[in-house]
Ligand binder design. Structure first.
Ligand code: SF4
Ligand code: SF4
Ligand code: SF4
Length: 193
C-alpha cells in the first residue's frame, strides 16, 4: 500500500506535507497519521487519485500546507553565484552542478521545483521560473508526462539517499578505526611507562 500511495505522489520531495519526502508522507497516510490532502504539488488531481486508491471521499487541498502552483524550476543567476555549494547540499535530487568557489548551474530537466535550494543561498541568486510545457504553453502536462517526471525524480532521490547513507556509514567506520588506533597508541604508551 505504501508503494501504491508513493507512486501517486509527485516526487517533488519538497517537504510541504510536513514529512521529509514523499515516501515518509506515503507511510503516514498508510498508517492513518496524515490526511490525503497535504501535498500542494499533487493538488486536486493527486487527492482524487489517493481517495480512489484508499476508497475514501476526496477533499480540498488543506491550504495550511501550501497552495498548488504551476510547475516551476530553479534558475541560478550565475554572475552572482559565489560558489558556496549550499544549494547542492540542499537539493534532494542532485539537480545542481558546481564546485566550491565556482559558478553553479541547475540541470533543468532534473529540477523538481521543490524550492529547497532558495533559502540556503546566501546571496539570493536562485529564482524560480515557470516551465513551458512540451506541448504548448497553454496546455498542462499530460498524466503520462507527469508520471515520467515523478519516476525520474524518485530515482534521483533514492540514489541520493543511498549515497548519503553510504557516506554516513563510511564516516562512522573511519571514526571507529581512529578510536581503535588511539586506544592502541594509548595502551602502547602505558606499557612503555
Ligand atoms: S511532493 Fe512535497 S508535499 Fe507532496 S508528498 Fe512529496 S514531499 Fe510531500
Ligand atoms: S534545483 Fe532547487 S528547486 Fe530544483 S530540485 Fe534542486 S533544490 Fe529543488
Ligand atoms: S547557494 Fe547560491 S551562491 Fe551558493 S553555490 Fe548555490 S547558487 Fe551559488
Amino acid at each position: 500500500m505504501i508503494d501504491e500511495i508513493n507512486a501517486i505522489l509527485p516526487q517533488t520531495q519538497c517537504r510541504q506535507c510536513g514529512f521529509p519526502g514523499c515516501r515518509p508522507y506515503a507511510e503516514a497516510i498508510s498508517s492513518g497519521a496524515a490526511d490525503i490532502n497535504q501535498c500542494p504539488p499533487g493538488g486536486d488531481e493527486g487527492i482524487i487519485e489517493l481517495a480512489r486508491l484508499l476508497g475514501v471521499d476526496p477533499k480540498p487541498l488543506n491550504p495550511q500546507f501550501g497552495l498548488h502552483k504551476p510547475k516551476s524550476v530553479a534558475f541560478i543567476i550565475e554572475q552572482d553565484c559565489i560558489g558556496c555549494v549550499k544549494c547542492i547540499m540542499a537539493c534532494p535530487v542532485d539537480a545542481i552542478l558546481g564546485a566550491a568557489k565556482f559558478m553553479h548551474t541547475v540541470i533543468i530537466p532534473e529540477c523538481t521545483g521543490c524550492e529547497l535550494c532558495i533559502a540556503p543561498c546566501p546571496v539570493d541568486c536562485i529564482v524560480m521560473k515557470p516551465v513551458p510545457t512540451p506541448l504548448d504553453k497553454e496546455q498542462p502536462f499530460t498524466r503520462n508526462q507527469k508520471k515520467a517526471q515523478a519516476q525520474l525524480a524518485k530515482r534521483r532521490f533514492d540514489a541520493r539517499c543511498l549515497r548519503k547513507e553510504k557516506e554516513i556509514m563510511e564516516k562512522a567506520e573511519r571514526a571507529k578505526q581512529k578510536r581503535a588506533q588511539l586506544v592502541k597508541i594509548k595502551s602502547e604508551n602505558t606499557l612503555q611507562e
